[in-house]
Design a protein around this ligand. Structure first.
Ligand SMILES: NC(=O)c1ccc[n+]([C@@H]2O[C@H](COP(=O)([O-])OP(=O)(O)OC[C@H]3O[C@@H](n4cnc5c(N)ncnc54)[C@H](OP(=O)(O)O)[C@@H]3O)[C@@H](O)[C@H]2O)c1
Length: 308
């Protein structure tokens, strides 16, 4: 019989971290961050919030003492991936698995190096939650699905990591999840990247909610943004579809999520660092590696950074 895993650890105390803390409450998770959080979840925008709950908390600086943690969820913003990696590197023993649901790309190496790449599980989620930091209210705006996979997980350590994550997820309340094989997971991540690479910077620059974006002049940049990502994805072995098809899907997503303000727009409005370097900036860096150009992504990366 398998030993029960130690409680999960969640790195981050923001919207998604609190949502997952609530989902894993039965396992008594430990949250790691700058300030202890209070969790108060409203299951939908109109529902009565649940009573407040104060999860276990440790600051980034507190060294971990005792047996290594079970599964560690990395739910910070991508620019804090280095902080998460430094925290993982100080553990006395590697965790069973490290799961990142962060948007963007380009942080995998640093997390994999800190935790062991075979234990690194990468995912994307279409759950959409916002946090009001004045009231501590976490509102679930949309219940989606979390897709997970471990790109370097074919060996025994990778199989154990998957087993550990699935064991935790079986107890999770209010989340739908699916495990994907490597190629499907990579495609899901690039699909999310192209969506974010169009919607996020255009919303941050225009200040408009998603549903209004396709009607803005700035949307004229969308075909170029899509057109610059596709060849880069193809070099990585991921075929996302014909440019017109992909653009149509991104437009449909923008309209479907009409009133939402993208996380990049919210970060700009709250004068927080954005994830642009891991979304559009990543496309520029990756294009460069393959001798491709991504001038529209480069310009938008600069413009979004200039807003900060
Ligand atoms: N919210 C969603 O619905 C959703 C959906 C899909 C994907 N995601 C992705 O999930 C990740 C987390 O998103 P979120 O919505 O939870 O963001 P959030 O509410 O802004 O929370 C971000 C967390 O990262 C921490 N953080 C940011 N910069 C840091 C730094 N330099 N050092 C240490 N900690 C830092 C914040 O700490 P403080 O609180 O101390 O500032 C906070 O705990 C992002 O990659 C996002 O794109 C979110």
């Amino acid at each position: 019989m398998n030993e029960p895993l130690p409680p999960p650890v969640i790195l981050g105390t923001g919207a998604l971290a609190r949502f997952w803390a609530r989902a894993l409450r039965v396992l008594d998770p430990v949250l790691v961050g700058r300030e202890p959080p209070v969790v108060r979840l409203a299951p939908t925008a109109r529902a009565e919030p649940e009573p407040e709950w104060v999860p276990r908390f440790r600051s980034w600086q507190e060294p971990w003492i005792g047996p290594g943690p079970g599964v560690v969820w990395v739910l910070v913003k991508a620019p804090a991936a280095e902080t998460a990696a430094a925290w993982l590197a100080q553990l006395p023993a590697p965790p069973a698995a490290v799961v990142s649901l962060m948007n963007g790309m380009g942080y995998e190496g640093v997390l994999g190096q800190a935790a062991g790449s075979e234990r690194l599980v990468l995912g994307v989620t279409t759950d959409a939650v916002t946090l009001d930091r004045n009231t501590n209210l976490v509102v679930v705006n949309a219940r989606g699905e979390t897709l997970l996979g471990n790109p370097a997980g074919r060996g025994p350590a990778g199989r154990r990591a998957r087993q550990a994550v699935e064991g935790v997820l079986k107890t999770a309340a209010g989340v739908r999840w699916r495990w994907l094989e490597e190629a499907d997971m990579e495609r899901a991540r690039w699909t999310k990247l192209v969506q974010n690479a169009v919607i996020n910077p255009l919303s941050a620059l225009t200040g408009r909610p998603n549903g209004e974006l396709p009607d803005q002049i700035a949307w004229r940049l969308a075909p170029a943004l899509v057109g610059e990502v596709l060849p880069v994805a193809a070099r990585r072995g991921v075929r996302l579809g014909a440019p017109a098809e992909v653009l149509q899907a991104v437009e449909a997503l923008a309209r479907r999520t009409g009133p939402n303000r993208s996380s990049m727009l919210q970060d700009v409005l709250h004068r927080r660092p954005t994830e642009v370097d891991y979304i559009n900036g990543f496309v520029v860096r990756e294009a460069g590696r393959w001798g491709l150009a991504a001038p529209t992504h480069a310009t938008l990366t600069t413009l979004v950074r200039a807003l900060g």
